[in-house]
Design a binder for this molecule. Structure first.
Ligand SMILES: C[S@@+](CC[C@H](N)C(=O)[O-])C[C@H]1O[C@@H](n2cnc3c(N)ncnc32)[C@H](O)[C@@H]1O
Length: 290
């Protein structure tokens, strides 16, 4: 497989390393390996830490293998992190989720995540999955489209946008992100068109990859896999994800299962935002297993 250079800067790496404290004999699970940015920080902190890395994107796994080639004691798993319990059979010291898509995925027009560059209506993180944004845009009912655009995109003009999609597709399939962008821009009555496009793309991405359901399952299973004193670190990039993490942490703290280490989520420093503007919306929450 031809590999484009994998560009992605690990977000809040210093904080992640501090909380997960890689050390000899420790086992850390990186549920979102991406290009191996955080995993590399773990290894540079301590060569003897064992890492189990997941990614559902085969290109990310390939990039991480290249970047981390000089390290041993790393297990690469190409699967959805929702299947964590299927692969991880031991109790572990720490688990990291750095959610969403990588810069590499966003910047590849052929993946269909970018709002800037034209590409196919795809948005699958796992290319072996058949269901893509094309299916949602071209086959879902106006009601279902409205529901996801409202729920996952928090877009107030959801109904207008889904109606416009349905009218356009009656004249022929909507195939590209550029076509979808034009439909959205024409449908809304405000000048904040870019924000609406971003929100609709977010909604489609969440629906295509069942992101919220997978996150809920993976977080619950991860808590079971932690040793007492083991830590769960989650970096989220939008309020829907963050709410799921916050609520689960609170519930499990009430049940006496977790201790919350970050009363409020940690956010990205001004210096890091300057160096890596894509990190700006990141929120980091940590909990420890009791
Ligand atoms: C923000 S990137 C992680 C970047 C990584 N921490 C680094 O520093 O290079 C998120 C990665 O998680 C993967 N991902 C997202 N949801 C996933 C899921 N449900 N299962 C497995 N991998 C997932 C994406 O394919 C992407 O490569």
């Amino acid at each position: 497989m031809e590999q484009r250079p994998y560009q992605h800067t690990p977000v809040m790496a210093k904080e992640v390393v501090e909380y997960l404290a890689p050390a000899p004999g420790k086992v850390l699970v990186d549920c979102t390996l991406g290009g191996g940015g955080h995993a590399e920080k773990f290894k540079s902190q301590n060569l003897k830490v064992k890492i189990i890395g997941f990614d559902q994107d085969v290109e990310a796994i390939a990039a991480a293998k290249t970047r981390l080639a000089k390290y041993d004691n790393i297990l690469y798993i190409h699967d959805n992190f929702a299947n964590i319990k299927k692969h991880v059979r031991e109790k572990v010291d720490g688990i990291l989720f750095d959610l969403g898509v990588s810069s590499y995925q966003i910047d590849a027009p052929d993946r269909g995540f970018s709002i800037r560059e034209n590409g196919p209506l795809d948005m699958r993180m796992d290319k072996s999955q058949e269901f893509s944004a094309f299916d949602i845009v071209n086959t879902w009912s106006a009601d279902d489209l409205t529901r996801i655009i409202k729920e996952y995109g928090e877009e107030r003009f959801a109904r207008r946008i889904s109606n416009a999609i349905c009218v356009t597709r009656n004249a022929g399939e909507v195939k590209t992100t550029a076509e979808l962008k034009v439909i959205i821009e024409k449908a809304i009555p405000t000048w904040k068109k870019r924000e609406s496009v971003t929100r609709v793309f977010q909604a489609l991405r969440i629906a295509v990859n069942a992101e919220l359901d997978n996150l809920k399952k993976a977080l619950s299973d991860s808590i079971e896999l932690l040793k007492p004193g083991g830590r769960l670190v989650v970096i989220s990039y939008h309020s829907l994800e963050d709410r799921i993490v916050k609520q689960l942490f609170r519930e499990e703290a009430k049940n006496g299962i977790l201790k919350i280490m970050t009363k409020k989520p940690l956010t990205v420093s001004a210096e890091e935002i300057e160096a890596n503007p894509r990190a700006r919306s990141a929120k980091l929450r940590v909990a420890e297993k009791l």
